[in-house]
Write a protein that binds this ligand. Structure first.
Ligand SMILES: NC(=O)c1ccc[n+]([C@@H]2O[C@H](COP(=O)([O-])OP(=O)(O)OC[C@H]3O[C@@H](n4cnc5c(N)ncnc54)[C@H](OP(=O)(O)O)[C@@H]3O)[C@@H](O)[C@H]2O)c1
Length: 254
């Protein structure tokens, strides 16, 4: 598939966790829209290179940027690496995240801090330092989860809390950056078939059927279904949408 209608031609994007799963879907979609895409990864450089190659093969332009998130100085280091490839930014997609399922009684200090460091603190500082690079009229899109609003699932308590904080951040940041015409929104996937769910979902017919039954539309989500929503928010068509939380769960919250 070649470059689409070029809605994002001339724009530069950074997709954290763009190397795999939902982030890869987003990176590929923004690339097809004509944006030059920074494909961020944490440890798996080969996956990032593969995503860059896929974007280029489709007629787009991309580069890989590696940086572990959830460690001190992560945002500053990531932007330093990004600056070596690009002069300014139009679209920041805070997608990288970790999801741990663990009973409340067993969550320790370190696990709690880690999940908030990756899912909440990193997007906060990536946006803060990214705002200096973002051109007026830019976009910040945070990948949240339907779980921040769904009926509570007890073992996902820390994960859902970290994303709930990201949702509040999204709303507040839209006020901070609104005067510059920068929109800030969150997209909330339901269950999506990615590596994060591989252990319990893939190859487990019962689990798959249960997950599929949660969506009003039926089925388990795929990265392109989330990426299409992100592409809309990144586009000029969404210029009057900000501070919002977009349900991309296939109706799992209805
Ligand atoms: N899949 C779902 O069902 C689902 C549902 C709702 C929300 N979400 C959210 O969607 C986002 C993407 O999820 P996914 O399912 O696509 O995940 P995934 O398949 O596990 O991919 C995660 C991506 O994030 C990067 N990453 C993870 N931890 C990192 C860290 N500490 N430092 C740097 N990079 C890191 C990974 O890079 P490396 O491989 O290089 O480490 C990879 O590119 C997450 O924020 C997740 O919470 C997912």
């Amino acid at each position: 598939m070649g470059v689409l209608d070029g809605r994002l031609a001339g724009k530069t994007a950074l997709v954290t966790g763009g190397s795999r799963g939902i982030g890869r879907g987003i990176a590929e979609r923004l690339g097809r829209e004509g944006a030059r895409v920074g494909v961020h990864y944490g440890t798996n450089e080969a996956a990032a290179k593969d995503t860059v190659a896929a974007i280029e093969a489709a007629g787009g332009s991309a580069f890989a940027v590696g940086q572990e998130l959830g460690v001190p100085g992560d945002a500053a280091e990531l932007w330093r690496a990004f600056d070596a490839h690009a002069d300014g930014l139009d679209i920041l997609v805070n997608n990288a995240g970790i999801g741990t399922s663990q009973p409340f009684a067993t969550i320790g200090d370190e696990e709690y801090d880690r999940i908030f460091a990756v899912n909440t603190k990193a997007p906060f500082f990536l946006a803060q330092l990214g705002a200096e690079r973002l051109r007026d009229g830019g976009r910040i899109i945070n990948v949240s989860t339907g779980l921040s609003r769904a009926a509570a699932m007890p073992d996902l308590i820390a994960y859902a809390m970290s994303k709930g904080a990201l949702d509040v951040f999204t709303r507040y940041l839209s006020k901070v950056l609104g005067p510059r015409g920068i929109t800030v929104n969150a997209v909330a996937p339901g269950i999506v078939d990615t590596d994060i769910n591989a252990a319990w979902l893939r190859g487990n017919e019962e689990a798959w059927a249960g997950a599929a039954a949660m969506a009003a539309l039926g089925g388990v989500g795929t990265p392109p279904e989330i990426a299409d929503v992100v592409a809309f928010l990144a586009s000029e068509d969404a210029r009057w949408v900000t501070g919002d939380w977009i349900d991309a769960t296939g109706g799992s919250l209805t």
